[in-house]
Ligand binder design. Structure first.
Ligand code: PMP
Length: 343
């Protein structure tokens, strides 16, 4: 979900950008109109996440999966550590194996990734530890930045801007824009400049973070319209009170929905306790009620609550509660759960 005003601002820019009689889609990325859009988006992401000096913010085409490859290309000298918390973490790890030794420090595959492993050892000679801060499919989340003897690198595709982050613990934070930032086709990267340039291999220019930094995130034509949407959304986050406010709302939504899941005898959560995601809330029909799954989906749809079907790897339901989801949206789902149980 994106804020309605962000969708409307994008639609309006598609039709006529600032009364120019031209669509934003028709403007050059080198034009006097587009350059300030990119610069404001980069500086707002920096401001909202309190990105320290020495880091650069990039908006690049492609999704998070592109960075599964770019991260080891740019940062893996000989050995990297990966925490395996689900499908996306596994895919990131698979790419890294093309570039050097990869240590899986821990995995929650034994329980269909319904928890975040704890107390694992991190090799002190690893170039970085890669984590997936929010596991979109399985509904688990790292609610704080890990303490690690080596720099962290994180895929924050599905929880960027929903919680405060200590960026100084990371060499790189990246993600696809299509959850909390904009539409698909765009990715964001926050990268520590001094951590670059240490690998021996030759990196193709388009996959080299240093090249993108040197070109001000304009090495090639960036996805201009998604960057505009990202800018509108970043302005919205700032107006609403910034990341601290997004964090407060996320917690409120999560408490409301998990509270109902735990209290309602027809449903149960797939994740327990502190590992529960505030962004993707997974739940299933409680034992004995499984055959009512489809009826519940239809019941919700008849009351305007849509897109709650769980990912096929988990089944049941997934309520994605990204930044723009108002509490009323969660309350509408809770009402459905209560009245369905009553009926
Ligand atoms: N990482 C996470 C955490 C995701 O949720 C997703 C997409 N759902 C991806 C990576 C893959 O992103 P993309 O399709 O943009 O490559």
């Amino acid at each position: 979900m994106l804020p309605r005003e962000v969708v409307e601002a994008t639609a309006s820019a598609v039709l006529d950008y600032q009364g120019m009689g031209l669509s934003l889609m028709e403007l050059s990325h080198r034009s006097a109109e587009f350059k300030p859009i990119l610069e404001e988006a980069r500086s707002l992401l920096r401001e909202l996440l309190d990105v320290p000096q020495g880091y650069e913010v990039l908006f690049l085409g492609g999704g998070a999966s592109m960075h599964f490859c770019m991260v080891p290309f740019n940062f893996l000298k000989s050995k990297a550590a990966y925490l395996n918390t689900g499908t996306w973490a596994s895919k990131a790890m698979k790419e890294a194996k093309l570039f050097g030794e990869v240590v899986e420090v821990a995995s929650s595959a034994d329980k269909n990734f319904n928890y975040i492993p704890k107390g694992f050892e991190i090799p002190a000679d690893a170039d970085y530890l890669h984590v997936t801060s929010n596991n979109t499919i399985y509904g688990t989340q790292l609610h704080s930045d890990l303490d690690s003897p080596v720099p962290l690198i994180a895929d924050m595709s599905s929880d960027i801007l929903s919680r405060r982050v200590d960026v100084s613990k990371y060499n790189c934070i990246y993600g696809g824009a299509q959850k909390n930032l904009a539409q698909s086709g765009l990715s964001f990267v926050i990268v520590k400049e001094s951590a670059l340039g240490r690998v021996e291999r030759t990196i193709p220019s388009i996959l080299d973070y240093s090249v993108h930094i040197a070109n001000g995130s304009m090495f090639n034509t960036p996805p201009t319209l998604p960057i505009y949407t990202a800018l509108c959304n970043l302005r919205w986050v700032k107006e609403q009170g910034g990341v601290a406010e997004m964090e407060r709302r996320a917690l409120q939504r999560a408490e409301t929905l998990y509270g109902e899941i735990d209290a309602n005898k027809m449903f149960c959560a797939t994740v327990d306790g502190e590992d529960r995601s505030y962004m993707n809330i997974d739940f299933v029909m409680a034992p004995g009620y499984e055959e009512l799954e489809q009826s519940f989906v239809e019941y919700c749809a008849s009351r305007g609550v849509v897109a709650i079907t769980g990912h096929r790897s988990v089944g049941g339901f997934r309520a994605s509660c990204y930044n723009a989801m108002p509490l009323e949206g969660v309350e509408a789902l809770v009402d459905c759960m209560r009245s369905f149980a009553k009926r």
